[in-house]
Design a protein around this ligand. Structure first.
Ligand SMILES: Cc1ncc(COP(=O)(O)O)c(C=O)c1O
Length: 360
């Protein structure tokens, strides 16, 4: 058994590369963004004594947060149990290889929201039954956005000034954590949230789902959500963009073809919008957050068979987004809405509505 330097390897995994893509366009490029909050929450709990070194870490996640936790717990020698939905084979292999215990709620359990609720019920059961168990609570733990603040502050300092921040939204942790220090340094900072149109985060849309969205969102999209979680800071957002899947993929392919940078589809979503912003506002410095590496998508957006099957949709292109009068009108195109730093209730005149739909 090798003994590696734990803090140094975790520091490495948590550090994004700051890449200048154009004169006014920069990217904070992560291999796995969510290891940042996973490590921070676990280390804070160890420090406060809420989690003991022989305790059990518990979370409901099937994607990047699960992987971030598994890397953190394996490195620190902690036990981890995950309550998951569908897992991609590569993610499942890595989670098990990192020693995580996995309880999966199958799709037979009902609609996607019911599946999520059942996973939370399993988390609560473990907390009751296992003494010393600790729930990281990525969806409402304020330490989740807070974990990104030092990284964001340091990027802001090295760039001098950031005028526009573009990031995708799922749990809301990264957008809100990046936005806070950048807006403290520059109150005029424009915060641009990026989502897809089957998500409930910025309102339920009536338009048809983006092609490739329904059948691929579990395997391809960490952004978007059927449940609007408390860590989404609606009032930080100046503008919301809904980006078609084909646009995300084409941007990812363009980036790879022209630079060799190899990122996932949600990075393509953020970059599509950031690119457009950089063109619209040449005097402004734009920062895009790119959440993960492309390796996880070898069965989809980097798979020749999958790409051949979807050629027709992937030939569609958008040079700019369409402005919509209300988020409920978002149709099948790249669309944006001036959210203007309002709460969800202020925009819609009613409380948050989650989405109900069946799992696959
Ligand atoms: C690949 C990927 N991109 C973007 C996001 C959205 O990030 P956040 O949860 O910080 O809003 C996630 C969230 O899980 C993700 O896995």
């Amino acid at each position: 058994m090798h003994h590696f330097d734990v803090q140094s390897t975790l520091d490495h995994l948590c550090k994004p590369s700051l890449v200048q893509l154009q004169s006014n366009l920069f990217a904070a490029k992560f291999d796995l963004m969510k290891i940042v909050p996973a490590r921070y929450i676990v280390e804070q709990a160890l420090k406060s004594g809420e989690l003991k070194p022989d305790g059990l870490v518990v979370e409901s996640s099937s994607g990047t947060f699960a992987l971030g936790l598994a890397q953190t717990c394996a490195t620190l020698g902690l036990k981890l149990t995950l309550k998951t939905g569908y897992l991609e084979p590569i993610v499942e292999w890595r989670l098990r290889h990192l020693g995580a215990h996995i309880d999966t709620v199958t799709n037979a359990a009902g609609n996607l929201r019911e599946i999520q609720e059942q996973r939370f019920a399993l988390v609560r059961k473990t907390l009751e039954e296992v003494p010393g168990s600790f729930w990281t609570r990525q969806h409402d733990n304020p330490q989740h956005p807070a974990a990104y603040e030092p990284i964001s502050r340091s990027i802001g300092e090295s760039l001098g000034k950031v005028d526009i921040l573009v990031a995708t939204v799922g749990s809301g942790g990264s957008l809100c954590g990046f936005a806070k220090p950048l807006r403290e340094a520059n109150p005029e900072l424009k915060v641009i949230a990026v989502d897809h149109n089957m998500s409930a985060i910025f309102g339920l849309t009536t338009g048809r789902a983006y092609p490739l969205c329904e059948e691929n969102w579990l395997s391809m999209l960490g952004m978007g959500s059927d449940i609007v979680f408390p860590n989404v800071c609606h009032q930080a957002c100046d503008e919301v963009h809904w980006v078609p899947i084909a646009q995300m993929i084409n941007t990812v392919h363009d980036l790879h073809r022209t630079t060799g940078l190899f990122v996932g589809p949600t990075s393509g979503a953020a970059l599509s919008v950031a690119n457009w912003m950089a063109r619209q506002y040449p005097a402004c410095r734009v920062l895009a957050v790119l959440p993960d590496h492309g390796i996880r998508y070898m069965d989809t957006i980097f798979n020749p068979n999958w790409l051949n099957k979807n050629t027709e949709e992937l030939q569609r292109t958008w040079s700019e987004p369409e402005l919509c009068q209300s988020p409920t009108e978002v149709a099948g195109e790249w669309t944006y809405f001036p959210w203007q730093r309002r709460s969800y209730e202020e925009v819609f005149g009613h409380a948050i509505t989650h989405r109900e739909r069946r799992g696959k």
